[in-house]
Design a protein around this ligand. Structure first.
Ligand SMILES: Nc1ncnc2c1ncn2[C@@H]1O[C@H](COP(=O)(O)OP(=O)(O)O)[C@@H](O)[C@H]1O
Ligand SMILES: [Mg+2]
Length: 282
């Protein structure tokens, strides 16, 4: 059903004293992104069902859940790749209609998928500007693009890349992730979505990516990050959203959860100690 965030029975305002300030930046008290009753099915397969999710501005929300729980379908729905079969997406409290990747980009939603979609045979600058190259007098403006790339990496505190003229093929997994994130945030991004950014990374590369996530957040960008690693989740996230069998079963400030309750929610969809969004009284 298409209830608005305001009329929903879900809390859209702070839940309690432990809730971080999540009422959004600016005059509007609506969350940056809200989903209400969002479902997506592929023929008979119900991939996500009746999802009610709030993603506040400027905070890191970790999206967790077992394989097949619907995490990737959910972010693809938010990114406009799969328009919802049912339900409504709100951006700053306003309904988003005819959602496509183009409208998502226009709103400031930037998504980094698991495959990163980088071109190995091109250098970092070329990857950053692929399909939207800067030109001057009809030729590529390499100097501007190179300077801007260096500046962006500096702004994002990506310090391990030796030269932006390096081929992407020569980068480590963590560096590749950083370049994919940098490319995603090059345009005005309000929400950056990352699908398992640390899945293939070693310890120090993982730490770099988590630092990058915190940097995005400190620059006022909301982050929605899928992760399997609860250590990562508890070190980087302000909020948690748990998917189980296609449903969003819990969504709240990180301080409401610990590893045990998170594992309980991931495996059973319920926890005796954490409010779940499915309980009729919640
Ligand atoms: N394009 C698709 N066509 C049919 N079923 C799909 C498609 N994408 C995902 N699914 C199904 O939707 C469910 C959720 O998948 P997914 O979101 O990829 O899970 P997760 O990312 O949490 O591991 C799974 O049952 C999966 O098989
Ligand atoms: Mg997935």
């Amino acid at each position: 059903m298409n209830s608005t965030p305001e009329s929903s029975n879900l809390p859209t305002s702070p839940r309690g004293p432990s809730e971080p300030s999540d009422s959004g930046v600016g005059s509007s008290s609506a969350p940056l992104l809200s989903l209400r009753g969002v479902s997506k099915n592929f023929g008979p397969v119900q991939a996500i069902q009746d999802v009610n999710l709030d993603v506040p501005d400027g905070l890191v929300t970790a999206l967790i859940g077992d394989n097949g729980a619907g995490k990737s379908v959910l972010i693809k729905t938010i990114s406009g790749i799969w328009p919802p079969s049912e339900g409504t997406i709100y951006w700053k409290g306003e309904e988003v209609r005819d959602h496509t990747p183009r409208t998502a980009a226009h709103l400031g939603i930037a998504t980094v998928y698991q495959d990163l979609a980088l071109c190995d045979n091109l250098d970092i600058v070329q990857n950053m500007y692929l399909g939207r190259e800067e030109t001057k007098f009809g030729t590529l403006d390499e100097i501007t693009m190179e300077l801007a790339t260096n500046q962006l990496l500096k702004d994002l505190s990506v310090s391990t890349v030796k030269s932006v003229r390096q081929l992407v093929a020569s980068l480590s997994g963590g560096q590749r992730q950083a370049i994919a994130v940098a490319r995603a945030v090059m345009r005005e991004s309000r929400l950056v979505i990352l699908d398992e950014p640390t899945a293939a990374l070693g310890v120090s590369q993982t730490r770099q990516v988590l630092e990058l996530i915190r940097t995005l957040s400190s620059r006022g960008i909301a982050v929605l990050v899928i992760s399997h690693n609860l250590n990562d989740v508890f070190s980087v996230a302000d909020r948690i959203a748990v998917m189980h069998l296609g449903r969003l079963v819990s969504n709240g400030p990180i301080s409401d959860y610990d590893t045990n309750s998170a594992v309980e929610l991931i495996t059973t969809g319920q926890s005796s100690r954490v409010p779940t969004t499915l309980a009729p009284s919640s």
